[in-house]
Structures are given as C-alpha cells and as structure tokens.
Design a protein around this ligand. Sequence first.
Ligand code: AMP
Length: 182
Amino acid sequence: MRIVLFGAPGVGKGTQAVRLCERLGVPHLSTGDMLRAARREGTPLGIEAGIYMDQGKLAPDALVLQIVEDRLEQPDCRQGFVLDGFPRTEPQAVALDEWLAEHGTPVDRVVQIVVAREVILERLSKRGRTDDDQDVIAKRLEQYERLTEPLIHYYTARGVMHAVDGLGTPDEVFERLVALCQ
Ligand code: AMP
C-alpha cells in the first residue's frame, strides 16, 4: 500500500504516520525528518534546506526530490510506504507520479487530515519546536495554503483523494485513517 498523508502543519500527521506504518508494516518517509537529519549531518543539502526551514518556507523542489527519490530506491519501499509531508507542491506531485509510473507502482491513497485553522494555530503555538515561533508558524501556514492545498484538486482529479476528520483523540483519528487504508 502506497499512501500519501496530507495536512497542514499541526494536524497530527507525523504521529498518525508513524502509527499507520507500524500497522501496515511499511516504512515512514517523512521529508521533514530526512531534511532535519541531513542538517544534523551537515551535508550541503541539509545546510541549504535549513535556510528555508528556519524561515518556515518550503525547501526547493529539486533538493527535496533528490532526497525522496534516493529514499524510494531503497528496497524496503518496494512493499509500500507512507509519505508524510511530501509532496507539498504541484511539481513535487508530478515528479512523484512520474517516478512511480516508471516503477509501475502508483499511489493507492492520498489522505488529508482535516483540522480547522484556529485549532491548528493553537496546537502549533504549544509545540515548542525551533520552527514553531509565531512568524514562522504564520509563514508555514501561508505556504501550506498557497502551495500545498491546491494538490487536493490534483489528486481528486486522479480519483485517489480522501479526507479524515482530525478532531478527536489520536486513537479516534487513527481508527478513521486505518478504515481508509485497508
Ligand atoms: P515538516 O516536519 O514536514 O513540517 O517539515 C519541516 C520543514 O521542512 C518545512 O517547513 C519545510 O521547510 C521543509 N520541508 C519538509 N518537507 C518538504 C517538502 N516536501 N518540500 C519542501 N520543503 C519541505
């Protein structure tokens, strides 16, 4: 099962992605985690990505695509995966589709976790990550709404788009997610 998890920052996507991967026995591919790891290692890619991350901006598509495609080539991705935080722009979605089409393995489901904007703002302001200060939060939401949300239309047109209500306990949200990802 190849799944793309989708949602604004602060909807609980990362937590749900980890649980879903455990349940399905597939790897968790989080571009945010990959970029943070590259940054810690001090690679040129990590250093460049860090400049954007600190400002709440998306890293350049070419840079992110490089890191994702390297990861998708790994043998553990052959049985499926959960993509978390990727794709985030239309060029990323197109590149992912092309890569998957070449490998004969299209995306099975794209699932958006839906939470109201006010709730997201409240959650993010409590999280305490370095890219969670108020200006950066506002920028990340702006980037999401302008660049990532339009992907809903892209995937709806391809018949793979689903949504789950992200309000409730983590267990409740997880059960909704699992029901869609059988
Ligand atoms: P996340 O942990 O998914 O919230 O990502 C943290 C930060 O990493 C984002 O604010 C972006 O700066 C960068 N990032 C993660 N995934 C992507 C992506 N698919 N495209 C561009 N930038 C990304």
